[in-house]
Every structure is written in structure tokens, then in C-alpha cells.
Design a protein around this ligand. Structure first.
Ligand code: GDP
Ligand code: IMO
Ligand code: MG
Length: 429
């Protein structure tokens, strides 16, 4: 298989960025295919730490990096990230970076609406990243979006703006907000347009061309399967499909182009934002996982909720996304625990379930059934080969792959790029 699709198999923040960066030097192109700057991917290379939200993680190795049509693009956030990374010494040019010209834009009015809704929802809020992601996707499927290609035709935008503003002005009025300032919006778009347009092109064409020439393409998912708008913990989800199938539709390549599906799986579980979380630990153990794993959001700085590994949810994610193999990350965070637990089933009103039910009330009510294992003495931190791992840690990995019915392809043992164990090469298998 010449291509690899990386997706998160839990609620995001599994370490996708680290793994994509590690794989990127062996790829010819890296493509983001959904989400937007709600993502936060941290890469550690020696002393340098790179935090990416919108740019594909391949940009750090200089690999051709592409933002596909499935992404919602905030041009100002892009410019800020471009400036930050350029200042860190990363080279971003029209040679190594391209944006799909049919990509919908996130506008300030989307961010406004995201904030207004969350504020109005009070304790029922989703806990979004506040980036305008949901409202921008709504406008895309509502056929009201302003897209990258429209930036080249701002003088012909009147009727599109009429439709967009009519919709948003009605919603804003409901929140007691003034209508959209069209003139200010147009002026802001005119200012940012040249920056975005230098990278804009029909990327499906470029991708199909490099694919025909035998290129290895690395598709970089954002968020995780449990945040998928269809398969996740609805309504506590993001507004895009985060499953592997989106790699094709979100980039302009067919489903036969997406190759090995690499599910990124954290050795325990975290979630940021509201919603059900069966194995959540609101005790000292949860606190310890959070501290050892530095579980604070890259985008919003919020504390991530932490809990034991949930094999039921991960097995479900792997099935739904057709995961070929997983990268098990943050194993080192479990170093030093006397006992570790894995959730192997749920109890729901007297019944035992081997899957996560769809209804929100059931999702909130399931109780985890645990299997307990001995932890390991010694450390996995920084291990770069299987032989460096304590025997009991290997048992944990083997139990995980057995329970989720999916083999381990990689193991990650620290934030650092090279602290990675290759079990099965996703580009070759
Ligand atoms: P992403 O959103 O899936 O790319 O993940 P994030 O970057 O938001 O969160 C993962 C965090 O864990 C980052 O701070 C990484 O540097 C860090 N990380 C990744 N892999 C490992 C690992 O194997 N061990 C440890 N301790 N940290 C890791
Ligand atoms: P990466 O790519 C973790 C969560 C938010 C919220 C829900 C909806 O770094 O793994 P949104 O702003 O998308 O409308 O918020 O989704 N969320 C993430 N959680 N990692 C992410 O991305 C996330 N992107 C969105 O916290 O619960
Ligand atoms: Mg993240």
C-alpha cells in the first residue's frame, strides 16, 4: 500500500501529529481532509516544539502539504499559524504548500455564532473550541458558504453575501446581536485574499497527478472517531466526519487511494469538552494520568478529562473506520502504576453490552466492566525497540490489540519524534 490514512480512534489528542510527523519524511505528500483549526497537533523535534492547528503536520519536514476541500479554513488563523511557523524556521512556499480552491471559509460571523450558542446553552453546552467550526460546516451544507475560490471574485459576491447575511442576521437578532457588518467583512476578505490565493488551486488535480506517478500520500485526520458527526457521541461531537472514509471525499481522491488505515490510540483515554465518557476517573488516578500525560488542550488550554483505556469504544472505532493497524501512544504515561485497568464491556440497566449504544441517555448511563492487570516496573519512556520494553508492558500491548481486534503497527513512548517503535511499516504492508 503506497498511502496511509491517519485517524484518531478516540476523542482526539491521541498523538496524531507526532505520528504524522514521524511518517512524513517517508511520504511525498501530507493532506488534511477534514476539521479546521479546532485541531491541535504537537510535534517535538529535539529542542523544538511545533504546534499546528490548520497546516498539515508534514510542513515541518518540508513535505508537500495540502489542505483539502473537506477542511473549513479560517484565513486569518492560517496567516497567524504561517507567521508563527515561519518564525520557527519552517519553510512554507507555493512549492510545498497548497490549499483546495473549493474549501469553505470560516468567517468572523461563524466564530460569533459558535460563542453565542455555547453561551446560551449554559451547562448544556457542547464545549466546542469556539473556532466557528460547526457554523461553517452548516453554511457549507446549507449552500451558503464563501469559499477560497470566491476570494478571487470579491466584486461578484453580492448575491452570495445576501443569502449568507440573511441567514446570519436572523440568527444574530435572536441573540440580540447587530447584523453582520458587510462592508467590514468585505474589507477584511479583500485584505487577506492575496495571501490565501497564492496557495489556492484545484488540489484534487495535483493529488491525482502525483498519485499516478507513484507518490506515497499521507492523509492526516483531525479529532477522533468518537467525535464523528455520525458515529460519535452525538450531539457532543464535532461537525465533520472524522472517520477514515472522509480522506477520499475531503481531498478529491477515490477511496482506493487512501491505503493503510492507521488508527492512533492513546494507551488510556482522554476527552476535552462535554459528553459521555464511561471510563472517566474523577479521582486521584485520573489526576495522575492528567499530570503524567500533560493533558491540557493545545488549542484552548482546557484540562482534558482522563480515564482508563476503553477497549469497547476503541474496537468500535477501529471497526467503523476499517483500521488496518494502530499506533499505540503515550504508553510511558502508564509507567509506575501498580495496577492498570482496561474496560472490556458495559453494564446498562442489568444487561451486558459489548458495544457503545447510540442513544445519548444510554451512553451516559453505561457502567464500565473492568479487567485489571499488573502494571510494570521500570520504564517504557524513550524506548525505541520492542526489546526495550518491560515484559509486563508488552503484555498490556498484546491485551489491547487482542481486545480491539486490531494489530499494533507502531508504539510511541514519548513526545519526541524518534521515540517510536516500528512493529509493522504501514507504507509497506
Ligand atoms: P493530536 O491532536 O492527536 O495530534 O495530539 P496532541 O498533540 O493534541 O496531544 C498529544 C500530546 O501528547 C502532545 O503534547 C504530544 O507531544 C504528546 N505525545 C505524543 N505521543 C506521546 C507519547 O508517546 N508519550 C508522551 N508522553 N507524550 C506523547
Ligand atoms: P485534535 O485534532 C480533542 C472537541 C471539542 C468539543 C467538540 C466540538 O487535536 O485531536 P468543535 O470546536 O469541533 O465544534 O468542538 O469537539 N474537539 C476536539 N477534542 N481534539 C481535537 O482535535 C478536537 N477538535 C474538537 O472539545 O468537545
Ligand atoms: Mg490535539
Amino acid at each position: 500500500m503506497a498511502s496511509v490514512t491517519v485517524i484518531g480512534a478516540q476523542w482526539g489528542d491521541e498523538g496524531k501529529g507526532k505520528i504524522v510527523d514521524w511518517l512524513a519524511s517517508r511520504a511525498d505528500a501530507v493532506v488534511r481532509f477534514q476539521g479546521g483549526h479546532n485541531a491541535g497537533h504537537t510535534l517535538v523535534v529535539g529542542e523544538q516544539v511545533y504546534k499546528l492547528s490548520l497546516l498539515p503536520s508534514g510542513i515541518v519536514t518540508g513535505t508537500l502539504s495540502i489542505i483539502g476541500n473537506g477542511v473549513v479554513l479560517d484565513p486569518w488563523a492560517l496567516k497567524a499559524e504561517f507567521d508563527k511557523l515561519t518564525a520557527q524556521g519552517v519553510t512554507i512556499t507555493t512549492e510545498n504548500f497548497a490549499i483546495a480552491d473549493n474549501c469553505p471559509l470560516i468567517l468572523p460571523l461563524h466564530r460569533d455564532l459558535d460563542g453565542l450558542r455555547e453561551q446560551a446553552a449554559g451547562s448544556g453546552k457542547i464545549g466546542t473550541t469556539g473556532r466557528g467550526i460547526g457554523p461553517a460546516y452548516e453554511d457549507k451544507v446549507g449552500r451558503r458558504a464563501i469559499r477560497v475560490c470566491d476570494l478571487a471574485h470579491l466584486d461578484a459576491l453580492d448575491s452570495q453575501l445576501d443569502r449568507l447575511c440573511a441567514h446570519h442576521d436572523a440568527l444574530r437578532a435572536g441573540f440580540g446581536q447587530p447584523p453582520v457588518d458587510r462592508a467590514a467583512l468585505l474589507a477584511e476578505l479583500a485584505e487577506i485574499a492575496p495571501f490565501v490565493l497564492q496557495f489556492a488551486q484545484p488540489v484534487w488535480k495535483r493529488l491525482n497527478k502525483v498519485r499516478k506517478a507513484g507518490a506515497r500520500i499521507l492523509f492526516e485526520g483531525a479529532q477522533g472517531v468518537l467525535l464523528d458527526v455520525d458515529h460519535g457521541t452525538y450531539p457532543f461531537v464535532t461537525s465533520s466526519n472524522t472517520v477514515s472514509g472522509t480522506a477520499a471525499s475531503g481531498s478529491g481522491l477515490g477511496p482506493n487511494a487512501t491505503g493503510f488505515v492507521l488508527g492512533i490510540v492513546k494507551a488510556y483515554t482522554t476527552r476535552v469538552g462535554s459528553g459521555p465518557f464511561p471510563t472517566e476517573l474523577e479521582d486521584e488516578t485520573g489526576q495522575r494520568l492528567g499530570e503524567r500525560g500533560h493533558e491540557f488542550g493545545t488549542v484552548t488550554g482546557r484540562k482534558r478529562r482522563c480515564g482508563w483505556f476503553d477497549a469497547v469504544l476503541t474496537r468500535q472505532s477501529c471497526a467503523i473506520s476499517g483500521v488496518t493497524g494502530i499506533a499505540l501512544t503515550k504508553l510511558d504515561v502508564l509507567d509506575g502504576f501498580d495496577k492498570v485497568k482496561i474496560c472490556t464491556g458495559y453494564r446498562l440497566r442489568g444487561k451486558v453490552l459489548d458495544y457503545f449504544p447510540s442513544h445519548a441517555a444510554d451512553q451516559a448511563a453505561v457502567e464500565p466492566i473492568y479487567e485489571e492487570m499488573d502494571g510494570w516496573q521500570g520504564t517504557t519512556a524513550g524506548a525505541r525497540s520492542w526489546a526495550d520494553l518491560p515484559a509486563q508492558a508488552i503484555k498490556y500491548i498484546q491485551r489491547v490489540q487482542e481486545l480491539i481486534e486490531t494489530p499494533v503497527a507502531l508504539v510511541s513512548t514519548s513526545p519526541e519524534r524518534e521515540d517510536t517503535i516500528l512493529v509493522r511499516d504501514p507504507f509497506v504492508d
